[in-house]
Design a protein around this ligand. Structure first.
Ligand code: G6P
Length: 615
């Protein structure tokens, strides 16, 4: 979704704004703009399409400015045209926005009557005119005092979600913002202050960050930051230091962020395990995992809410958590859960899984669960994110920054964290004995090197992609935990290569999808040797009997499977407990190489956004 940046300090160049916006590209966007304010006035440049289009206009911006704002827009109201791109101007006010102003129609009608002219189709322009209107109506106080007061009045009138970047020509050394629902962080360095939608935009300039909370107005000056609540009460919160480095956000020699991030699966898993498992004692360090404060012993059930890839990580973990902790686990799409009648109580643990920690549906789902009395846990990848704030406890997936829109290494880290939560529950509820716990800990520790081995399949999967990239449709099947793996594989394929793909629990094949099988249909069959192996083999036979083409994923020494399949991906031997970590890797690579072969935009697939902060 949209990316917001802002600067106030000794001076920033157009390239500063462009580079910061580049760091937010991963969020998804379809137009962009920058405004820079100097003593000669404000210059605004906007462009439709990718940032390279805006880059062509950089020479039209001032060489340097003490205050400026920038934006990548993901169209919601109005097409992704230059005219609809932010920032929007109304008199002395220049404003940009991430979020949706739900009551924009009523406000627009009121403003039109008052004579304001609308130049775009956006909801955002309403906020610019409204702020201008309220500012103009205040007659006493300095321009800065009037801006602050006008902002307080405006935020009370807006319904929906917003994180603004605002400059006012009459206060040329001040940058303003207000936040409700959309993510916003502020950063501080020597004599410079920044705002952004995510810390990735600013890591090369500062490591000192503060997460702005809902209902807060921010006033930034060079190296000076003031926060107040919407009703004007001062807020004091310390900055925290983030250890992400610039190198972590570069491609590091890989062709795409996605390929780099797939190769970071082992690191993401190892980092998420680190400090949380004690090999000698075979125990889980509850405090390090972030679940130490939760009443794990007395829980009666677990619900997990998530969207997209995070939902598949959650779905997979259900099998593991139920088997080791003997507690019922329900997994829900957050967009559905938030509108369902709640049945939670203080004996229910509701877990929100989210890479970004900002997904609007997941946030609302966890808020409603907490309001209904549940214990809540955030499994997030971005420290201090909104979802983490909304929960009783936070367990970090330590995948590091993920830039590719399609989530890969974060999935591996989520799975790791959720499996650890399963072990933590088993340990506290004594559903596993010491030897069993030690077995799992030992197995988990092996995952990074097994995944590393699996990454060696990349070249052969690239060759395979040459035979599959022209297909218009593909099925994926799996049983047990391999079913969510199949779902994840099919999601990755469709989002990256725009090939229609569907995943089914293999046992469901005969209840419908088998009608699709003929010599034109290829089926990716997840058939590692697990408890479901024989049954999955029978499904493969059924597909073959109807002329379908089989791409099988199974253990590298499985001659029987290899014989049955038209194409075969052989994964290393490992115990059944950790199989999903391994079988996911070839599916991520498969989707990646098909997308590369098709020439689609791998890191930023069309219509998708990394952080979905609207409903
Ligand atoms: C978007 C992204 C997906 C992600 C989903 C959930 O759709 O494109 O990659 O899985 O949001 O995001 P979250 O940050 O909550 O995990």
């Amino acid at each position: 979704m949209c990316g917001v940046i802002g600067y106030v300090g000794a001076g920033a160049t157009p390239s500063f704004f462009l580079n910061a916006l580049r760091r937010l590209e991963y969020r998804g966007y379809d137009s962009a703009g920058i405004a820079m304010l100097t003593q000669d006035g404000v210059v605004i440049q906007r462009a439709e399409g990718k940032l390279s289009q805006l880059e062509r206009k950089l020479d039209k911006l001032p060489a340097t400015a003490k205050v400026g704002i920038g934006h990548t827009r993901w169209a919601t109201h109005g097409k992704p045209t230059e005219n609809n791109a932010h920032p929007h101007r109304s008199g002395p006010i220049v404003l940009l926005h991430n979020g949706i102003i739900e009551n924009y129609r009523q406000l627009k009608e009121m403003l039109v009557v008052k004579g304001y002219e609308f130049l775009s189709e956006t909801d955002t322009e309403v906020a610019a005119h409204l702020l201008h209107h309220e500012y103009k109506n205040l007659t006493s106080g300095t321009p800065e005092q009037r801006m602050r007061e006008a902002l307080r009045v405006v935020v009370r009138q807006l319904k929906g979600a917003f994180a603004f970047g605002i400059i006012c020509l009459e206060t040329p050394e001040v940058l303003y913002s207000a936040k409700l629902g959309s993510p916003l962080v502020i950063g501080q360095a020597d004599g410079e202050s920044f705002l952004a939608s995510g810390i990735t935009a600013l890591v090369e300039h500062t490591r000192q960050f503060l997460v702005v909370e809902d209902g807060e107005i921010v006033v930034l000056k060079a190296g000076q930051i003031e926060i107040e609540s919407f009703d004007g009460k001062p807020v004091v919160r310390p900055f925290s230091r983030v250890e992400w480095s610039v190198a972590m956000m570069e491609k590091g020699g890989y062709r795409h962020f996605m390929l780099k991030e797939i190769h970071e699966h082992p690191l993401a898993i190892a980092q998420t395990l680190s400090g949380r498992v004690q090999r000698d004692s075979g125990s889980i360090n509850l405090a390090d995992l972030g679940v130490g404060s939760l009443p794990l012993k007395t829980l009666k059930r677990v619900q997990i809410v998530a969207c997209g890839t995070s939902f598949y990580a959650a779905s997979l973990s259900k099998y593991f958590i139920e088997s080791v902790a003997r507690i019922p686990v329900e997994v829900d799409l957050a967009s559905e859960y938030r509108y369902r009648a709640s049945t939670v109580d203080e004996n229910t643990l509701v877990v929100a899984v989210s890479q970004s920690g900002e997904t609007a549906d997941t946030l609302q789902a966890i808020k409603s669960a907490r309001a209904a009395g549940a214990q809540t846990l955030a499994v997030v990848n971005v420290p201090g994110s909104t979802i983490a704030h909304a929960c009783h406890a936070e367990s970090l997936t330590k995948a590091g920054p993920e830039i590719g829109v399609a989530s890969t290494k974060a999935f591996a880290a989520q799975l790791t964290a959720l499996y650890l939560v399963g072990l933590a529950l088993a340990q506290e509820r004594e559903t596993l004995n010491q030897a069993e716990l030690r077995f799992y800990v030992d197995e988990f520790v092996k995952i990074p090197s097994l995944v590393e081995k699996c990454l060696g399949l990349s070249e052969s999967i690239e060759r395979l992609a040459n035979r599959y990239h022209q297909l218009s449709s593909l099925l994926f099947i799996g049983r047990g935990p391999q079913w969510p793996v199949a779902l994840e594989g099919s999601l990755k394929l469709k989002e990256l290569s725009y090939i229609h793909a569907e995943a089914y629990a293999a046992g469901e094949l005969k209840h419908g999808p088998i009608a699709l099988i003929d010599e034109n249909m290829s089926v990716v069959c997840l058939a590692p040797r697990d408890a479901y192996y024989e049954k999955t083999l029978s499904n493969i036979e059924e597909i073959k009997a109807r002329g379908g083409r089989i791409l099988a994923v199974g253990q590298e020494n499985d001659a029987q499977l290899q014989e049955l399949a038209d194409d075969f991906i052989g994964i290393p031997e490992c115990s059944e407990a950790i199989l999903p970590f391994i079988t996911t890797v070839p599916l991520h690579l498969f989707a990646y190489w098909i997308a590369v072969r098709k020439g689609t935009d791998v890191d930023q697939p069309r219509n998708l956004a990394k952080s979905v902060t609207v409903e």
